[in-house]
Design a protein around this ligand. Structure first.
Ligand code: GLU
Length: 502
């Protein structure tokens, strides 16, 4: 299918309309894939970039290959303080281990583009020698004029440069442009199939897509550094967001100009809100650690993110598959053959569902690690000093009912403080019940309950409710014996007395 580049959104719409809804076929590699995650440290890692990292990681690990992290930090103006650190920490928290990267090193380093400037300069020179690039000395004013005059052309053109410096070579030009082919090579995207993406030209005023590869500050542009590095780092497969699709013909043209074999490309669909809008802060465009603050486990987040554009194959047709998976199960099941097309809606209720599943699992198998990891979060949230053993007790007691860890502080704040308990809540009989319960404190719970029911002619639920009011401000979640057990005798008795005397 031939697509011309009017605008990114038009390209996207055309792509949606014209591609079949199924995958081009069996595209999952049978050999070890070398993949990379190549973020620009211009912001914190969010859902979309985590998904890109995860898919690249899963592909590498599923095929027995390597996963690289490369920092694309050549646009110095856009760098954000702390972003690099945030990328490392987020990946680590999610369990995505990097084989080669700025922190790990590796045979094809350095892995930070700002440390590779001389490499790009060398390759840009090589491209000039090969006749595929040239220096440009056009002034800013001239380039602006070209841009404005191109925008006014009818029919429109998507490119602006007029090749003045190609025809009048300048030894002094401080930027280097790629001499782009007039027809870009069509390519096969592993998800979208055969794509023929071409620029739009105006034949009366011919302009060229001779994009800059080396800027006046001596630093490479994204396109150039990306291609040189993917080649030198021996990347076999590139999985990246669909927003990079218009760049791919340029990249392939660069590979060809050098005489290099391009990697295989897979462009994954955009993430949208449930209302099919661009992700906003509220619908998921937030830093990964905000999920931790919300009491989400990394394995739940990974499970959720993995399914934003991929689904595990069904073993038996018609029988639904268990979608709750940890990272190693994801590695085992992941395949490029089962990626999905079309925008992916981020449905947070699924995240909560997975969190509940993974919480139960983690608490029953490794409660200590959850407590250790989330203790600082609770400590900060409650502002009340308590110890980690207490948190473990709470996790075991509440674990099966929890959807997210922060429910402990939002729905069960009474476990940390009695500040919010209304000790006057209930009828005068409730007070008497609690008073009597205290008198019978040494007896087994069932026995005292039965006795109180007989003595006061009340139902069991009245006994439970009065005790729940005194111990937990009426909050549901734990049975009375468990509540007493978690709070401990001292606190429980103190609260019961407070209730009687209020
Ligand atoms: N640095 C680009 C980004 O920030 C990398 C895109 C690619 O994977 O080629 O997403």
């Amino acid at each position: 299918m031939l697509l011309r580049w009017y605008s990114k959104s038009a390209l996207r719409t055309k792509l949606r309309r014209s591609v079949p809804s199924s995958n081009p076929g069996t595209v999952h590699p049978a050999v070890a894939a070398r993949t990379r995650f190549a973020p620009s440290p211009t912001g914190f890692l969010h859902l979309g970039s985590l998904r890109t990292a995860l898919y690249n990681y899963l592909l590498a690990k599923n095929t027995g290959g390597q996963f690289l992290l490369r920092l694309e930090d050549t646009d110095q103006k856009r760098l954000v303080e702390g972003a690099e650190e945030n990328i490392y920490r987020s990946l680590k928290w999610c369990g995505i281990e990097v084989d080669e990267g700025p922190q790990q090193g590796g045979p094809y380093g350095p892995y930070r583009q700002s440390d590779r400037t001389s490499i790009y300069q060398r390759y840009a020179e090589e491209l000039i020698q090969l006749g595929h690039a040239y220096r440009c000395s056009c002034s800013q004013e001239r380039l602006l004029f070209l841009r404005d005059s191109a925008a006014a052309l009818k029919p429109p053109t998507t490119v602006t440069y007029d090749r003045k410096c190609l025809h009048n070579p300048s030894e002094t030009g401080d930027i280097i442009r790629f001499k782009s082919p007039s027809v870009y090579e069509p390519f096969d995207d592993l998800l979208h199939g055969h794509l023929n993406l071409q620029q739009q030209y105006n034949s009366d005023d011919r302009r060229y897509d001779d994009f800059v590869i080396l800027k006046s500050d001596g630093l490479p542009t994204y396109h150039f550094a990306n291609v040189v590095d993917d080649h030198l780092m021996r990347i076999t497969h590139v999985i990246r967001g669909e927003e990079w699709l218009p760049s791919t013909p340029k990249h392939i043209a660069l590979y060809r100009a050098f005489g290099w074999e391009p990697p295989q490309f897979t462009h994954i669909p955009l993430l949208t809100s449930m209302a099919d809008k661009k992700l906003s802060k509220r619908s998921g465009d937030i830093g990964i650690f905000s999920y931790k603050e919300r009491g989400i486990l990394p394995e739940a987040l990974i499970n959720f993110v993995a399914l934003l554009g991929w689904s595990p194959p069904r073993d038996t047709p018609g029988v639904s598959v268990d979608e709750t998976m940890n990272l190693s199960q994801l590695v085992e099941k992941f395949s490029l053959n089962h990626l999905t097309k079309g925008n992916v809606k981020v449905n947070e209720s699924k995240l909560i569902f997975f969190n509940k599943q993974h919480l139960q699992q983690r608490i029953s198998t490794d409660c200590d690690s959850v407590a250790a990891e989330y203790f600082p979060v609770f400590d900060a949230a409650t502002g009340h000093k308590f110890d980690i053993t207490y948190l473990k007790k709470i996790l075991v007691a509440l674990g099966p009912s929890l959807q997210s860890l922060n429910e402990i502080t939002t729905n069960h704040a009474y476990l940390f403080t009695d500040d919010d308990i209304d000790f006057t809540k209930g009828t005068p009989t409730f007070k008497k019940i609690v008073q009597r319960f205290l008198e019978l404190w040494a007896s087994p719970f069932a026995e005292s309950t039965t006795k109180i029911c007989e003595e006061f002619n009340v139902k069991k639920k009245d006994v439970f409710q009065s005790l729940r009011n005194a111990l937990a401000g009426g909050a549901p979640g734990l049975t009375i014996p468990v509540l007493v057990e978690v709070l401990g005798d001292d606190t429980a008795v103190k609260r019961l007395k407070k209730y009687v005397n209020a």
